[in-house]
Design a binder for this molecule. Structure first.
Ligand code: SF4
Length: 380
């Protein structure tokens, strides 16, 4: 584990190194430059230094450090690169989970994959099985209610269906859709705590949200999950993915976006569905990942989908243009929404990269203190 100059972290920790460029923002990847420079040393393979490599011996580094730190986990990789095996990620997750004294920041350019993997991991912790390891439930089996309720993990969900598209059901006794006619769901007339179910198979006095919320206890509370965005399309893609994560993990998850390197102006105001769901003539529906998300029935009800926005220009050789006006616009949107804004780096008046630059006479290094300092209460 190394000290870092990244101003929003104290340390970096790299139990995996290596990646494959997957976006225009990867063009001048620092991790790749460093891997090539250090080939054959510090665990980087000699022949292909930027190939995805697991360093099991580094897992204990975070355990050995007792002094609390904010740790950027995976600064020299992307944990959600397809070459990072689930069994490695599981060990990494277990190690972070065991180190409650630290706060970890995990960042990806593959947000959809992150959502899928995080939910599998949370499910494994909570129920002891995941989408891929749990055998299909069959009528007559002894099933706990959560097996039945947790729709996308019942074992009968059609391949490729998602919460956005709706779940297809492949159970031989179903009408093809996952709905309250569920043949598994309707078998049970009491839940796992012995409570009675109503005619729809829902437990009496038991909210759907509360059942679904069970996976929330499987998420690591000391790990912040973020995605990188560099233009409007990547911001919208990642925001949609994290909207699902907010819903699944609940209000206590720390979710963030890193707009670095920001390559063009962006806005958080985005169309809800996109054109494919809109009839001709329909008005678009707008939403923002800075909007408050309401969790009815939970004590802490309103949180933004994203808890923090980090922004920075590109640095290093051949860096691409950047304008402070882009940062100002995003900062203003954060102020209106009450979301912490961290302006990590910009250009000075000579076009040189400046760390923690001034914007309108002051620096912007806000962060959600409830996550970094748990004794500070509050949502943002
Ligand atoms: S995803 Fe990140 S680590 Fe991977 S190539 Fe792109 S910038 Fe580098």
């Amino acid at each position: 584990m190394a000290r870092t100059k990244i101003p929003w972290a104290d340390r970096t920790w790299n139990p995996v190194t290596g990646c494959t460029p997957c976006s225009p923002a990867c063009e001048h990847c620092y991790a790749k430059r460093m891997a090539n420079r250090l080939r054959g040393r510090f665990g980087y393979p000699q022949d292909k230094p930027f190939s995805v490599t697991f360093h099991e011996d580094r897992l204990q580094e975070i355990t050995r450090r007792q002094k609390p730190a904010c740790i950027f986990a995976g600064s020299m990789t992307d944990f959600y690169h397809p070459g990072v095996w689930a069994k490695w990620r599981r060990q990494i997750w277990d190690a972070m989970w065991a180190c409650g004294q630290h706060r970890f920041m995990v960042l990806t350019k593959r947000p959809e994959r992150m959502v899928k993997c995080v939910l599998q991991e949370a499910s494994r912790r909570q129920f002891g099985w995941t989408h891929t390891t749990r055998p299909p439930w069959r009528p007559g089996d002894d099933a706990a209610l959560e097996d039945i309720y947790y729709r996308d993990q019942c074992g009968w969900v059609g391949e490729g269906s998602t919460s956005e598209s709706g779940w297809d059901c492949e159970h031989p006794d179903s009408d093809g859709e996952c709905n309250i006619e569920c043949p598994i769901f309707c078998q049970a007339d009491t839940d796992s705590d012995g409570r009675e179910l109503d005619d729809d198979g829902m437990p009496i006095d038991h909210e759907w949200m509360e059942c679904y919320a069970r996976v929330r206890d499987g998420a690591a509370a000391n790990v912040a999950l973020g995605f990188s965005a560099w233009d409007q399309a990547s911001l919208e893609r990642g925001s949609r993915a994290l909207r699902r994560l907010r819903w699944e993990l609940g209000p206590w998850a720390m979710l963030f976006v890193s707009l670095e390197p920001l390559l063009s102006p962006v806005t958080f105001r985005m169309e809800y569905y996109g054109d494919q769901y809109r009839e001709p003539g329909d008005e678009p529906h707008w939403w923002s990942p800075l909007d408050l998300y309401t969790f009815e029935g939970l004590p802490r009800v309103d949180v933004p989908i994203l808890n923090q926005v980090i922004l920075g220009c590109e640095s290093g050789p051949n860096r691409r243009p950047f304008q402070a006006e882009w940062a100002r616009d995003i900062r203003d949107q954060c102020i209106v929404a009450g979301v912490p804004f961290f302006y990590k780096q910009g250009h000075d008046s000579n076009g040189k990269v400046e760390h923690i630059p001034l914007l309108d006479g002051r620096t912007w290094t806000e962060r959600p203190e409830w996550f970094f300092n748990p004794e500070v209460k509050g949502n943002a």
